[in-house]
Design a protein around this ligand. Structure first.
Ligand code: C2E
Ligand code: MG
Ligand code: MG
Length: 890
């Protein structure tokens, strides 16, 4: 607006100057002119026309023509033309020539500016007036001869037109005559002044064009501005408002013009807006935020800039630009919520720049700072790589890097390092963040410390593959290890099945806690012998398995077994108690084409079992003939259980005879009539039952049944019953109590019951066994050592043990009459026990010769097939009856 006014004042000044110039021109001309032909009336009219033309809003061509007419009216025969320099071209075009022939003017539409090109081309080129009296004689018109001849033009006076302020030629002003002619000084003066008038007109035109342009610019800026733009008068009423402003307020321009801005501003912002408005009016530009409401009541957040409108040094109103920040504010509010959410999150959040090398961190939340030990300042700008260390899995690191470079999400778990060097398991979810254009600008990493969970999983994994007591690999790990060893087929694989001899009684007598200590120490001792690449594991209970892969031949394996046995040579010191143990080892190898881990283990187990049967403290190679026993024993475990439930057991009785041939008593021997397999020998199932612990309920049943049957034997003069006790019974806490209650229940008198125990009972923890035996004696039981001479016991014990009977093992009775060695041993035993008041029973007497020999040697009691095989009670009773009647006969 202001600019427009300035423009107008410029034009007005130009016009006033022009008037002045022409008036002076006219006076000067009049003063010097003596020519009658200059008509004052004509000149005044021409002058009026020219001035009128100048102040009018006419096209510039018309204005130039008016000036031409002014000249033509004053100089006789003059035909005037104005040529203007073309923009961006070194040529002139005819802008006016109202009296010249049209074809002539048309021919001058592209006249080159150059010295020698007619009068105008030369004048424009040199910047000097060119006066030609007769063009036909001037070589500069050679090219135009035809043209000037055609139009009968002869003289030409051309003057360069200079820009009013800049020293440059903008065109030419020329006068043509139809006869040769030279100008007078006055003519020249007049022409030069008029030429200046032309310059003024042209400049006026230029200014008008410029003004037009500026106005257009301003208009565009206002109208097409996407931001609301408006002007207000000094009272705050809208003078103008652009389309964006109307659209924002949902009102038409005519509804707004003349309205006070308060119409739109929400009430609570009005006071503040007023303060800013007044300040802008004082000449100080203002920027502030307000809320406005549109016609429908929707609220918008606007940033307002107010500037004063100053015209002629006076503030006439206020200009305003508004920026709609509603969306931005909403986003900002949302961002705030998000930000506080991230700040408060228990998970670590890291944001990094996706477009810088190493993806430097731009943000971490407090949870991450806590997790990693790095503060915000320490972390920002650095790569997350500082969280990695030597224990960070290379594969995972590679996986993360690959995903980052491919700009895709990655979820993984990696071991990271805190600032203090400690490690933690980091569960990571890294996601790319895209801008509106879809380009990845950042990565957001969610991190959680799952160390506890991983540790738990590791423990679970360890526990799943390890035995918790000894920390040795367990059965599962063994099978896995063995499977891969067998698969490799690199070398011979030997499996050593190691089972402790007599651990069960130890465990039962010492209690499980101390039993565990024994197993831990056993594991430790074995670990010292079974070294990598060989594997040692606990198979279960007191069973250990060693997998040997570095033995090149059987001899080495044998030596190895010997070494294992030797670790038991030293007694175990458990809580001040000394416990002696040994082991039985069974060995099987894949050389015998056992290629399934379990197959190999079972074969080694069979061999171990055989080694144990042979007395333990030894090792044995697996042989195929042992196989039959394997399936037999495996099945036996379950079948014993069934036998107990379905009362398949039965007691047979075998009499014990005095040297005089009388029945001294009977021994109860268990029999198992299996419904499908028929008779199963106690020699087969008793050891199995001892290993499984099933011997305890079996023994209980035997004792009860024997006591019950004793009632039926007594009428036949049989008042003594021998019952076999298993070592396992001795290690049960309620052992004595149970015996005691049975005795009570069946009213067993002292001397009526004999407990037969094997020597093995005495091997471990002699002290405790002695006490138990004493307790049995106190209950009125006799105690017999069964199978004497076959085991480890020695005669040394006999005087210190509460034992009053001894049964010489059948192996010494065999052929005693012929076998000198057996005879010597038996004689020795008999001699020794004589003074100890121990009764001796010789087992397995089968022949008269054996009987005779033993009787001669002073053996008081005998047992064997010679006298009677073990029989069911009824049969025995019959036998006893027969015996009685025989005796009576004699
Ligand atoms: P044992 O206590 O030494 O029993 C004697 C074994 O010798 C019996 O074998 C018997 O049948 C056998 N026998 C007796 N006279 C002769 C003979 O002249 N020649 C031969 N060759 N053998 C003879 P059986 O009944 O097979 O019992 C074997 C072992 O099983 C018993 O040896 C005993 O240790 C155990 N046993 C038997 N019944 C029970 C029981 O109820 N409880 C416990 N814990 N063990 C039992
Ligand atoms: Mg016996
Ligand atoms: Mg025996």
């Amino acid at each position: 607006m202001q600019d427009n006014l300035l423009e107008y004042s410029w034009v007005a000044t130009g016009v006033v100057l022009a008037l002045l110039a022409v008036t002076i021109l006219w006076r000067v001309y009049l003063h010097y002119s003596h020519k009658k032909s200059y008509q004052p009336g004509q000149l005044i009219k021409a002058q009026y026309d020219a001035l009128n033309s100048l102040v009018q809003q006419k096209p510039v061509a018309n204005k130039l023509e008016d000036i031409c007419h002014l000249i033509e009216s004053q100089i006789d025969g003059a035909l005037c033309s104005v040529m203007l320099k073309r923009d961006n071209s070194n040529s002139l075009r005819a802008a006016a020539g109202p009296s010249l022939p049209r074809p002539f003017v048309s021919a001058l539409q592209d006249l080159e500016i150059a010295d020698g090109v007619g009068a105008c081309g030369t004048a424009a080129a040199l910047g000097q007036s060119v006066i030609v009296r007769d063009m036909r004689l001037d070589e500069r018109f050679e090219a135009f001869l035809e043209l000037i001849d055609e139009h009968n033009l002869v003289a030409c006076w051309s003057h360069p037109i200079f820009h009013a302020r800049e020293e440059r030629v903008i065109g030419t002003f020329a006068v043509y005559f139809r006869s040769p002619k030279l100008p007078t000084t006055l003519d020249l003066e007049f022409l030069v002044r008029t030429r200046d008038l032309v310059a003024l007109v042209i400049e006026q035109q230029e200014l008008a064009l410029q003004r037009e342009k500026v106005e257009q610019h301003h208009k565009s800026l206002f109208a097409y501005n996407p931001q609301p733009v408006f002007t207000m008068d000094s009272d705050g009423r809208f003078i103008s408002i652009n389309r964006a402003g109307c659209e924002l307020l949902k009102l038409h321009e005519h509804e707004l013009i003349g309205q006070h801005y308060e119409l739109a501003v929400v009430e609570e912002d009005r006071e503040r807006t007023k303060e800013h408005f007044e300040e802008a009016k004082r000449g100080n530009a203002q920027s502030y935020e307000i809320k406005v409401a549109d016609k429908l009541g929707h609220i918008y957040d606007l940033d307002i800039t107010n500037t004063p409108i100053i015209i002629d040094g006076e503030v006439t109103g206020v200009h305003g630009i508004a920026r709609d920040r509603t969306e931005q504010r909403k986003n900002e509010a949302q961002l705030k919520v998000l930000e506080s959410g991230i700040e408060a999150s228990v998970n670590g959040v890291v944001i990094s720049d996706a477009n810088k090398p190493g993806f430097p961190v731009t943000y971490i939340n407090p949870a991450f700072a806590k997790l990693s030990g790095y503060s915000f300042d320490e972390m920002v700008g650095r790569s997350c790589r500082i969280l990695q260390g030597k224990d960070s899995d290379r594969k995972t690191v590679h996986e993360i890097r690959k995903a980052l470079h491919e700009r895709r999400q990655v979820k993984t778990v990696i071991k990271n390092y805190r600032k203090d060097g400690s490690t933690f398991w980091n569960e990571l979810l890294i996601s790319p963040v895209k801008n509106r254009a879809g380009q990845v600008t950042h990565f957001v990493g969610l991190q959680s410390d799952i160390t506890e969970r991983i540790n738990k999983e590791e423990t679970l994994e360890f526990n799943a593959t390890h035995d918790t007591l000894t920390n040795l690999p367990n059965r599962k790990a063994l099978e896995k290890h063995l499977a891969s060893a067998l698969e490799r087929e690199e070398s011979a694989v030997y499996v050593l099945f190691i089972d402790l001899d007599g651990f069960k009684p130890v465990n039962d007598s010492l209690g499980h806690y101390l039993g565990d200590q024994v197993l831990i120490e056993t594991a430790d001792r074995l670990k010292n012998v079974v070294l990598g690449p060989n594997l040692l594991c606990r198979f279960g209970g007191d069973e250990f398995v060693a997998v040997i892969e570095n033995a090149s031949n059987k001899e080495q394996v044998a030596a190895f077994c010997q070494e294992i046995l030797s670790v038991f040579e030293q007694p175990f010191q458990i809580e001040g108690k000394s416990v002696s143990l040994s082991a039985a080892i069974g060995v099987a190898s894949n050389l015998a084409a056992f290629n399934h881990p379990m197959e190999l283990i079972q074969r080694a187990d069979v061999a171990m079992y055989e080694a144990k049967k042979r007395g333990g403290n030894s090792w044995l190679w697996y042989e195929s003939k042992l196989d039959e026993r394997l399936s037999f024993h495996v099945a036996l475990r379950t079948q014993i259980q069934e036998a107990l439930q379905h009362e398949q057991f039965e007691l047979f009785y075998q009499p014990i005879i005095t040297a005089a041939g009388r029945i001294a008593g009977v021994e109860a021997l268990i029999r198992w009539q299996h419904p499908e397999r028929g008779y199963i020998s106690p020699a087969d199932f008793i050891p199995v039952a001892e290993r499984t612990g099933q011997i305890v309920p079996i023994s209980d049943w035997v004792l009860r049944q024997a006591c019950r049957d004793l009632e039926r034997l007594k009428p036949y003069g049989i008042g003594s019953m021998s019952v076999n006790f298993s070592p396992i019974q001795f290690y049960r806490d309620d052992f004595i109590e149970k015996v005691k209650s049975t005795l009570k229940r069946y009213e067993i008198q002292p001397g009526e019951l004999t407990a037969e125990i094997t020597e093995n009972v005495l091997v471990h923890d002699t002290q405790r066994i002695t006490e138990l035996l004493e307790q049995l004696r106190e209950l009125g039981l006799d105690v017999a050592i069964d199978d004497f001479g076959s085991g480890f016991a020695s005669l040394r014990y006999l005087n210190s043990l509460p034992v009053n009977k001894l049964k010489i093992d059948r192996s010494f009775t065999e052929n005693i009459n012929e076998n000198a060695q057996n005879a010597a041993i038996t004689r020795g035993i008999l001699k020794m026990v004589k003074d100890l008041r121990i009764q001796v029973v010789a087992e397995g007497v089968e022949t008269e010769a054996e009987f005779a020999f033993l009787a001669e040697q002073g053996c008081d009691y005998m047992q064997g097939y010679l006298f009677c095989r073990p029989k069911p009670l009824d049969e025995l009773l019959e036998w006893a009856e027969r015996q009685q009647s025989l005796e009576n006969e004699f």
